[in-house]
Ligand binder design. Structure first.
Ligand code: IPE
Ligand code: IPE
Ligand code: MG
Length: 250
């Protein structure tokens, strides 16, 4: 295709990709480096993956960067991660803005320090009218926490029980207005959801690779998208091919 670097028909390109960026610690360990060095390398890779996402023509990217459970890590690592978030905003914001990336945050900002919170809010405000890529950063995010928070607000808003629908719940999530992820990628080989988008990923396709996040490059990203394009999403129904076959046999 002339305008896409992917060998995939446009209708098979996912609209929304979500990534569990895992394996930074093991990447560092395998090189005899401290874990925080792995997170720094992971951040460098994120920059490349964001660029590739724009190039591939994907509209929404959600990245899992810090979970509600990650607070349980050693204080030094948690502080290192918070520092990296601030550095990334300081260093990358203007360029992301120029490239038309709209930054959003999913999760809770309340546990973050006032300085970092202000930086995140500033980045959201600055980029709010961009529409080339919507980048949701999951920071202090947990899928269960998101659902609990939605239930709290549904009750506080006095919504009658009979009005509580699938669509209504979706509107109360941090991802309100964002289509569900078509594809979830997890690096470093772990076969679990780790509290990521547990509502939204109900029918997402999965791609898990043993590659550690800092090494997940554009070629592998392309392979993930090509694998996705070859899947048939059935949503609990019967394969369309099978249905066609049974019609012609009848
Ligand atoms: C993912 O890498 C980044 C965060 C969770 C912040 P990890 O730090 O979980 O790396 P591993 O899984 O220990 O290798
Ligand atoms: C999930 O990875 C969270 C992020 C990538 C931010 P973890 O490394 O925290 O998940 P577990 O502990 O292996 O399930
Ligand atoms: Mg991990």
């Amino acid at each position: 295709m002339a305008d896409s670097p992917l060998n995939i028909p446009p209708e098979k390109i996912p609209q929304h990709v979500a990534i569990i960026m895992d394996g930074n610690g093991r990447w560092a360990l395998s090189r005899g480096l401290p874990r925080v060095a792995g997170h720094k390398a992971g951040t460098e890779n994120l920059r490349r993956v964001i660029r590739a996402t724009v190039e591939f023509g994907i509209k929404y990217l959600t990245i899992y960067a810090f979970s509600t459970e990650n607070w349980g890590r050693p204080a030094e690592e948690v502080q290192g991660l918070m520092g990296i978030l601030q550095d990334v905003i300081d260093r990358e914001l203007n360029e992301l803005h120029q490239e038309g990336v709209q930054l959003r945050h999913i999760g809770r900002l309340d546990r973050l320090g006032p300085k970092i919170k202000a930086k995140v809010l500033k980045a959201i405000e600055l980029t709010k009218n961009n529409d080339r890529l919507i980048l949701n950063v999951a920071w202090n995010y947990g899928g269960r926490d998101e659902i609990v928070y939605a239930i709290e607000r549904i009750i506080k808003d006095g919504i009658p029980a009979e009005e509580v629908t699938d669509q209504l719940v979706s509107k109360y999530l941090f991802t309100a207005g964002v289509p569900d992820p078509d594809l979830v990628i997890r690096t470093s080989g772990e076969l679990r959801v780790s509290n990521f988008l547990i509502w939204q990923a109900a029918y997402s396709e999965w791609y898990v690779t043993p590659t550690y996040w800092p090494d997940f490059d554009k070629d592998e990203y392309r392979r993930a998208l090509e694998t996705y394009a070859g899947r048939e999403r059935r949503y609990g129904k019967v394969s369309s091919e099978e249905l066609e076959g049974s019609k012609s046999n009848a």
